[in-house]
Design a protein around this ligand. Sequence first.
Ligand code: DHK
Length: 151
Amino acid sequence: MAPSPFRILYIDGPNLNVIGKREPRIYGNKTLEDIRRMVSDAVAPEGAGVTFFQSNCEGEIVTRLQEAREDADGLVINPGAYTHTSIAIRDALLYSGLPAIEVHLSNPHRREPFRHVSTVADVVVGRIAGLGGFGYVLALQAILHHLRGED
Ligand code: DHK
């Protein structure tokens, strides 16, 4: 029997639904739909499956991470501003038991000091930041590489 394809879940936090219009100098001109299309195009030849979830609400992200324990093999997560504040998202990520790549469109370390902290940085496999939507495609490669044990 052929091995089942890896199920990758992308989670985006608050205000990522309005990128493209939101501070384009920082977050770029691509919409979240544009980026999802790039990821979907990249996943096709990989024989993996990808699903997407975005919420502006911390609790909804926590609930989706809890569910991911049952319906995903790996995560790509951009918690948005919750990156810098949310212990609940960190705890839910740990509960999921899943390997994750943390991704950011901008490079938070080139920005205000309050963005230099991440509550999930030490519980993810790796982090990609500052490369815009392309970072989301790189994150797909990174999580598949990890799941295939190619590290
Ligand atoms: C997205 C946000 O919404 C910010 O609050 C973070 C992150 C950075 C990003 O670059 O994708 O500070």
